[in-house]
Every structure is written in C-alpha cells, then in structure tokens.
Design a protein around this ligand. Structure first.
Ligand code: 6PG
Length: 509
C-alpha cells in the first residue's frame, strides 16, 4: 500500500531485533513503515534487509528511515500510530515526552510493545491522557515470532484498539480451526488466512499483565522441562542427544509444544569447538529479565497460590550461586537410595509428571489473571487469552486448544484443574507426578517445580488442611482469633490458651 508523499501508516521507534522484525512483518502485510533508531546502523540494517527481501513486484521501499522524531512524525498519516520497541522503564517515558515536544497530537496513538510492567502502563495511560493515546501491546515469540507472526496482547483505550485492530490482526500469528499454528517463514509471503493470535484484552495495563502471566507460565514450563531432563539424565544415564530424541517423541503427543520442540533440538546440538553436547558447555547459571519474578510477586501480593511459578523463579536464582554450590557440593552429602524401577517405567512416569505439572502451572497462571481482573477492574476473557497463545508465543502448545475449550464451555471456571478434561487427565496420569517426586527425593535430584506442582494439586483437592492448627498457633501467641467450624463464617473467637479451663471469648465482628 503506497501512500502519497511518502506518507506511512505506522512508525517504529527502536529498530533492534524485535522492532526491525515487526516492521518487516508489517511491510509484508502491505503497510508502509517509517522507522527511527538512535543507532543509525540499526536503521541502515533494517532498510537493507527490507530491500533484500522486497518482492520484485514492489518497486518502492516499504520501510523509510527517519533522522529524528520530528522527521518520523512528519512521515505518518494522522492519527499517527507509533510503536515503541525500546527497553522497558524510563526510556518509554522519555520518548513519549520527546514525541510530545516534537509535535505529537492528542489523537495520536503511542503503542508500547516492550515487556513493560503493567503498573507502568496504567500509570502512563493516566499521565498522558489528553496529550496522546498511550496503548500497551505485549509481544511474544522472540525474533522469529516478530518477523513472521507473534502473539500480540493488546490493552488500552478501546477506540484506539479499533484503529489498530486490522494491523494487529494482519501481523499476528495465525492458527487453523483446530488451533494448530499456520506458519510461513518466507519473507514476502505472509500467512493471511486463519484465526489471528491477538484479541483486545481490556483497558490500560491488561495486555502487559497478561503477557507477564504468560512469562510466569513460560518460566514454570521451562523449569519443568529442565527438571524432566535432569531426572532422565541422572536416573537413566542418558546422553543429551538421547533425551533430545525422547523429547522429539513426546512432542508428538499431549506434550506437543514449541518449548519441547526447541529443547529436543538443543539437546541434540554439538559444540563446534569441543565436539561435546553443546548443553554441557553452557554454564548452569540462569539469567532473567524480571517478568517471571514480577508474576511471582504479583501472585504473592494478591495471595494467589502460585508455588510452581515462584519455584521456577527461585530455581533460576539458586542456579546463579555457582561458587556457593561448588563449595556446598563438597560439604553437604545426600543420603540416596537407588530405584528398582525399569527404564521404560521411569520414562513413562517422568512424561506424565511433566504433563500433570504443566497443567498445574497453567492453572496457577490463569488463577493469577483471575485475581488481577478483580484487583484492576478488568474483564479478562480467558478463552480469548488461551486462543491467542495457541500460535506465535513461546508457550504455544497443543493443549492450549484444550484450555480454550475449557474456558469457552465455562467462562467462569473456578480453576482449570476443575475442567472435566483436565480433572480426568490428572486422575489418569497423576501417578507419574507422584513417582517422579519419589525418584527425585530418593536420588537427591532437585525438582522444585515437580514437588510444588504435586503439593498444589494435593492442597487444592484437600477438603481439610492443617490450617486449623495454624490458626490455633496464631491465636495462642498473638490473639489473632479464629473461626469455628460450628459457627457462621466471619464470626471470630479467641481462646485464653494458657488459663485453666481455657475460657473462649467470642469477638464481636
Ligand atoms: C516472549 C519471551 C520474551 C523474552 C523473555 C525472556 O514471550 O517472547 O517471554 O519476552 O524471551 O523476556 O525473559 P527472561 O530473560 O526473563 O528469561
């Protein structure tokens, strides 16, 4: 779509990996893009790639480079749409302020496509009200996703969404009627049919919150796969390549997912320098940019049990204690027991453990979002969220189609574990999770997310928990009161635990 006077449909600020690829994706879908980056080399690189990939039927550049923000603003049709792909935090505010100083108008839409904290998005929407329309869109899928179809999680002003919707639906990943990703990796030949992996999620920070929850689940999913690998390697003595081949098989069944697929590939790669499995050459100290931690913090603040996600964050933190772990490995010995289980049995149990724990992790992720919608007054559509995660994003997996079905049938579903399909799956396969935890405990292999998943499953399905004793302890030392099983909910009692006859006092409520 060529516009008069070199006018462009959309502007990009930040042409790093994500900005460049998303800009090329928009260009493939017929949008004229203007791009700016403080680093001129990035602008030049984006223009060069566009020229190289441009279909022969198109004679003019689909991306135009800009020298300044004012130049960028001058090249855009009104209302202007400007996508920011800059580091989360202060740079986002700084650019909005600079855009305003450069002539941005109140109708113009600034879309933050970074991994911003949702509270910042809420704050910015308020801060820039009547000066510009600040809109959030979280992007998942990494470099390839951005180039050929990411999952897009938009949140912000509903009118702005109507304006952005055609563009977002064009560039988002697509899935077929069964929820299977439709993928093309050919520049200039984008997928145009299928259901787009984007949907309006709600006002202000809803999109960034949902992306954060996605990343919390991503952390859990990745750690669970790592624990399955660790168990297989330690218990069976399998090489990384053998485990990679096993994961390839698992990828054909209920565990089918992008993360299992890439892990199978990773485990079969060899280091060029040493010829050793590449995974063995990589230092076991995990990085994190913060989104998983934010999810754990948000869950804890709202009182949502999300132990698997928390443990996934802690596992990364523990892994970074490289020197301490080396020291402790000399000093702290494990008293272990060999297992008499056969290899096939071990593999089957670990497979089922991974599947059950994954269901529990997703259940926790959705519980977090459920709590957040009350906290922030959003009306999240969980079926839509599951739908837009079926393609493009890092956690895309076949079983998201089952989650979509569960929330479509029961939009008010209390917990994913209670959906008939998942309750049946857990009933059938939970032995695997129990056995995997036993193997891990006997062999001294740390599997915190497996343990946490089982504890969550058993805790959630327990009608009776020892929290009665806990309440008694609190009342004993701090007069914190408790409720009685034979009184109405909300009525509070206190016992004078150390007095003869233990007089009980009803506290007026
Ligand atoms: C995605 C990813 C992406 C990024 C994470 C990595 O959905 O595309 O989640 O956003 O890979 O931010 O996060 P960590 O560095 O915290 O692992």
């Amino acid at each position: 779509m060529t516009l008069p006077n070199h006018r462009c449909n959309i502007g990009f600020i930040g042409l790093g990996v994500m900005g460049k690829n998303l800009a090329l994706n928009l260009a493939d879908h017929g949008y004229q893009v203007a791009g700016f980056d403080l680093d001129k080399n990035k602008v030049a690189d984006t223009l060069a790639t566009e020229a190289q990939e441009r279909p022969s039927s198109i004679t003019v550049p689909r991306i135009i480079g800009c020298d300044s923000l004012a130049d960028l603003l001058g090249k855009l049709v009104k209302p202007r749409v400007i996508v920011l792909l800059v580091p989360a935090g202060n740079p986002v505010d700084a650019i909005c302020d600079e855009l305003l100083a450069s002539g941005l108008e109140a109708d113009d839409i600034v879309v933050d496509c970074g991994n911003s904290e949702w509270t910042d998005t809420i704050r910015r929407e308020k801060k820039y009200k009547n000066q510009l329309k600040f809109f959030g869109t979280a992007v998942s899928g990494g470099e390839v996703g951005a180039r050929f179809g990411p999952s897009l999680m938009p949140g912000g002003d509903a009118d702005s969404w109507q304006y952005l919707k055609p563009m977002w639906e064009a560039v988002a990943a697509k899935v077929d009627a069964n929820g299977q990703p439709l993928e093309s990796r050919i520049p200039g030949q984008p997928i145009t049919e299928g259901e787009p992996c984007t949907a309006y999620l709600g006002p202000n920070g809803a999109g960034h919150y949902v992306k954060m929850a996605h990343n919390g689940i991503e952390y859990a999913d990745m750690q669970l796969i790592c624990e399955a690998y660790h168990l297989l390697r330690s218990l069976l003595g399998y090489s990384p390549a053998q485990i990679g081949q096993l994961f390839e098989q698992w990828n054909l069944g209920v565990l089918n997912s992008y993360l299992i697929e890439i892990t199978a590939d990773i485990l079969q790669q060899v280091d060029n320098k040493t010829g050793a499995p590449l995974v063995d050459i990589i230092l076991d100290s995990a990085g994190q940019k913060g989104t998983g931690r934010w999810t754990a913090i948000s869950a804890t603040q709202m009182g949502v049990p999300a132990g698997i996600i928390n443990e996934a964050v802690y596992a990364r933190a523990l892994s970074t204690l490289t020197e301490q772990r080396a020291h402790a490995a000399q000093k702290l010995t494990a008293v272990t027991e060999p297992t008499d289980a056969q290899a096939d049995e071990i593999k089957a149990h670990i497979h089922d453990a991974l599947y059950c724990a994954k269901i529990c992790a997703y259940a926790q992720g959705f519980q977090i979002m459920k709590a957040a919608q009350s906290e922030y007054d959003w009306q999240l559509n969980f079926a839509d969220i599951a739908k837009i995660w079926r393609g493009g994003c890092i956690i895309r997996a076949s079983f998201l189609q089952k989650i979509t079905a569960a929330f479509t049938a029961q939009p008010e579903l209390e917990n994913l574990l209670l959906a008939d399909y998942f309750a049946e799956q857990l009933a059938e396969k939970q032995t695997g999770l129990r056995q995997a935890v036993v193997f891990a405990a006997q062999a001294g292999i740390p599997t915190p997310t497996f343990f946490s998943a089982l504890a969550y499953f058993d805790g959630y399905r327990s009608e009776v928990l020892p929290a009665n004793l806990l309440q008694a302890q609190r009342d004993y030392f701090g007069a914190h009161t408790y409720e009685r099983v034979d009184a109405s909910r909300g009525e509070k009692f206190h016992t004078n635990w150390q007095q003869t006859g233990r007089p009980e006092v009803k506290i007026s409520t």
